[in-house]
Write a protein that binds this ligand. Sequence first.
Ligand SMILES: [Fe+2]
Length: 285
Amino acid sequence: MTSIRLAVEADIHHGDDHMTKLGSAALPLLCAFARFVAEARPDAVIDLGDRISDRDRDRDLVLQHEVAAAFRLIDAPVYHLCGNHDRGHLDVADNEAILGQSLANTTLDIGAWRLVLWRADSRICRPAHDGQHGFVLAEPDLLWLANVVREADRPLAIMSHVPISGHAQIGNYYFERNPSLSTYPGAERARAVLRMARVPVVCIAGHVHWNTLRLVDGIPHLTLQSLTESFTTHPAPAAAWALLELGEAIAWQVHGADRFAQTLDPAATLRRWVPPLARIGESAR
Ligand SMILES: [Fe+2]
């Protein structure tokens, strides 16, 4: 089977330096990423979102245009997702106009794999259903993913801004004390959708600004370090991007100052684990 290769970057956060996000380094690092892509010649480039650090509508439009101009240096098909900072003061339509592409949920077959661009709603600054601020996993987004999984006749590489593994945030600069903002409330419903898969699946997300692999029910969930984050590589930015090779193996390699590599067997992602035990004391012997 011929393998396919995807270059992936996340959380560019172009703008002012803010906490450990070194947004002033974003454009030079994007140029370095463009040089990497020119050398690696992947089949496609995926931008997992949070292209800017948002401030107000006028400023955000300028920042988004500057990032879009940097992406025009890349000589490969580029697919963007929106993160919460791309939606702070801008609509999806604003981002679509600037980037020149639809940002609706879509799939794309590349070689033997199906690239799933799950552009689920990534706004964060609004009251959620329970009155708290947070993400909302919109029902149409969940149902769209369920349909993709149900209809899949080839392996799925699912891209989203927000991770749905529900992995622990201990040690994470942003999310150790704010874990509810690290994922969707109700992400377990998305994981239940993935459990229906009868084809190999790998999930890739940004947002949490660190490299992780979390296996849930046999399915690998990877998160990619941000291009400009510095909490793991202080005081320098992580300068992270990844190459994902999909073929006989799922090979994930993060380049830059925060290196991380994993090799996974696609067939192993088809295994479904024994459902977790009930609370001790309530379970049968
Ligand atoms: Fe984010």
